[in-house]
Design a protein around this ligand. Sequence first.
Ligand code: IPE
Ligand code: MG
Length: 227
Amino acid sequence: MDGNGRWAKKRLLPRMVGHTRGVETVRDVVKQCVELGVEYLTLFAFSSENWRRPPDEVKFLMGLFMEALKREVVKLHQNQIRLVMIGDRSRFDPQLLSAIEEGERLTQNNTRLTLTIAANYGGRWDIQQAMQRMLAANPALVNGFSESDLSEHLSMRYAPEPDLFIRTGGEKRISNFLLWQLAYAELYFTDTLWPDFNEDAFMQAIHSYRQRERRFGRTSEQVSGNA
Ligand code: IPE
Ligand code: MG
């Protein structure tokens, strides 16, 4: 979700207004996913590098996160949405942390849509922590381990690998998002700024995805059944 700051700047508004509008987009996109039957939506809300932003902005974002949780968790639950947070939790303030845990507990058995919020998340951190936990659980794996030995310990072990990755805001980078899991994801980049990422923009991304041929290393003939 990129482009909140630029969206605000274009309107001569403080960056924070862009972030507030960004939360509206989150709400709309979640709703659309439910309508479309998307089962997993993962949003990169705050990266482990975002702490480098001005302290006021970091504070504002944390406040926004807290407010949104308080306001939305019951609605998520009513709509059978499971909320999960991934990322290094050690840096969050205890109040925010308990709001997150409470939201996760309340919604844990919901199955319609799993909404994962990546906060203080980094793809490299994820692989590192998975490796550490894998070896702690089974030290013999130091002599060799499989992909699934490791992936069982990744933050998103509960979800299938993503089909579609969308980055708004014009940048063409992954920026340390789900590095391991994106190996075969279809990548979609759009100049649309996150607060402008409306239903049409989302449908364009979905249409683009539908036109792709996913070969997973095979030939086109194999995939189309003509081989
Ligand atoms: C993305 O918007 C939101 C967060 C990282 C929280 P930005 O804040 O990165 O917006 P730009 O890139 O400055 O426009
Ligand atoms: Mg940005």
